[in-house]
Design a protein around this ligand. Structure first.
Ligand SMILES: Cc1cc2nc3c(=O)[nH]c(=O)nc-3n(C[C@H](O)[C@H](O)[C@H](O)COP(=O)(O)OP(=O)(O)OC[C@H]3O[C@@H](n4cnc5c(N)ncnc54)[C@H](O)[C@@H]3O)c2cc1C
Length: 386
């Protein structure tokens, strides 16, 4: 066993950490308060090449491996949760199917400008009546004139109101339920495609989130992504593994930021004649966090390694996501208690960590649903992987 990152990975981490410290952290509070998409920051990240992190060099990308991309997601969440969500949506989910299944013409039209930061992309699963339950998808794509006609509405879409293109999950064969789902590429300017208002969210502010509307949008057959209709769930499973590990690492960083900030407060604040850091009950919060953080990070990077090695790791990814985000919510809660009443003041960052941590509970799958799946798998196999 070897728990070290390679030199290349360490070098990459220090570069992205430096960019986050210089460019994002000083603006994190402002991005949260304004809830506006930071266009200039987006351009700077595009210029640094990060929007092409996972894509081949021939399209302008960095061709990073899974481990490197996870380092990126982990470091990004130390800056601004909202900006990290917009960027990771673009480089992982927004452009993933386009690169894997788009024709060369689509890649030149959509992927190349997305890597340059000139086009914004997203992915659309969620609807009014279907979030966890993809089988409840009501958006339909009906075959017509050698193409498809798309009808429906998607909601809670990150980058949605500002997107130039999106990958949309739609039902192509309602009789088949989950086996009738397929992904389609929709582009801004297509007749019948409209974006809704951005939502005023509790956390992850500055990532613009809202509704997308498809009213008889005609799509040529090449906009059906993947080989033929009906493989939407299979394609979604592949990407969800990465999304879950990414969310786990986001959680590690947000928890650690909150606790590091609380450390500074504990070392300065006096109560009953001494610094509050001297009290055992305050120290125990840092001890618990450290242990939770180490365990969460180990689970997340082990799952990342399994993805990179091409191993079957659906449940490891689910567990890493579930454990790390629950631990994050606990750590952030404890960090805010260190601050006492000041944790309630908008001028301190603790309130932002509290709000941002809540989003991670749902992104990548609600824990009730993940627990169902993990529990069922354990019952089937009768063992825990050993
Ligand atoms: C900030 C933000 C950004 C988002 N961005 C995107 C995006 O870009 N694209 C996108 O497609 N979606 C996005 N979403 C939506 C997100 O993916 C969904 O919120 C998530 O999938 C859960 O779906 P839901 O909210 O409809 O909850 P539901 O599925 O309605 O669940 C409600 C509750 O019921 C529980 N539940 C459901 N089924 C079961 C079951 N079988 N057993 C036990 N309990 C169950 C859940 O665990 C949860 O507690 C975003 C959400 C947020 C908050």
């Amino acid at each position: 066993m070897d728990f070290k990152f390679s030199e290349e990975h360490e070098f990459f981490r220090s570069a992205i950490r430096d960019a986050v410290d210089r460019l994002i952290r000083p603006k994190a509070q402002e991005i949260d308060e304004s809830n506006e998409f930071p266009t200039e920051l987006w351009k700077e990240f595009a210029q640094l090449g990060y929007l092409g992190l996972r894509h081949p060099e021939k399209y302008g990308g960095m061709d990073a491996d899974v481990m490197m991309s996870m380092i990126f997601y982990e470091e990004m969440a130390r800056g601004s949760c909202g900006f990290a969500m917009s960027v990771t949506m673009q480089i992982l989910m927004g452009t993933y199917f386009v690169e894997r299944f788009g024709s060369e013409e689509i890649k030149q039209r959509v992927l190349v400008p997305a890597i340059k930061g000139e086009k914004i992309g997203t992915i659309c699963f969620t609807e009014d009546q279907s979030g966890s339950d993809l089988g409840g998808t009501k958006t339909t794509a009906t075959a017509k004139d050698g193409g498809w006609v798309l009808n429906g509405r998607k909601q809670w879409i990150t980058n949605g109101p500002i997107c130039d293109f999106c990958t949309v999950l739609a039902q192509t064969d309602p009789q088949k339920g989950m086996d009738g789902l397929s992904f389609f590429l929709v582009e801004k300017g297509m007749d019948g495609f409209a974006t809704g208002q951005d939502l005023n969210k509790l956390g992850s502010r500055g990532s613009i989130t809202g509704e997308l509307i498809f009213d008889n949008v005609y799509l040529p057959d090449e906009n059906l992504l993947g080989d033929g209709p009906g493989n939407g769930v299979k394609l979604a499973t592949d990407i969800l593994n990465e999304v879950r590990v990414m969310t786990a690492l986001n959680a590690c960083s947000i928890a650690d930021e909150a606790m590091r900030d609380a450390r500074g407060y504990a070392l300065e604040r006096d109560a009953f004649g001494k610094k509050i850091a001297k009290y055992q009950l305050i120290r125990s919060k840092f001890a618990d966090h450290w242990a939770w953080y180490e365990a969460s990070r180990l689970m997340a990077y082990k799952a990342a390694w399994m993805i990179q090695e091409g191993m079957n790791c659906q449940f490891e990814c689910m567990m890493a996501k579930m454990f790390a985000t629950e631990m994050c919510v606990k750590s952030v809660d404890e960090a805010s208690r260190v601050y006492g009443g000041n944790s309630f003041a908008m001028e301190y960052p603790q309130q932002r960590f509290l709000r941002d941590s809540r989003f991670l509970l749902f992104g990548g799958g609600c824990h009730e649903v993940l627990r169902n799946a993990i529990g069922a798998a354990f019952l089937r196999a009768g063992k825990s992987g050993r």
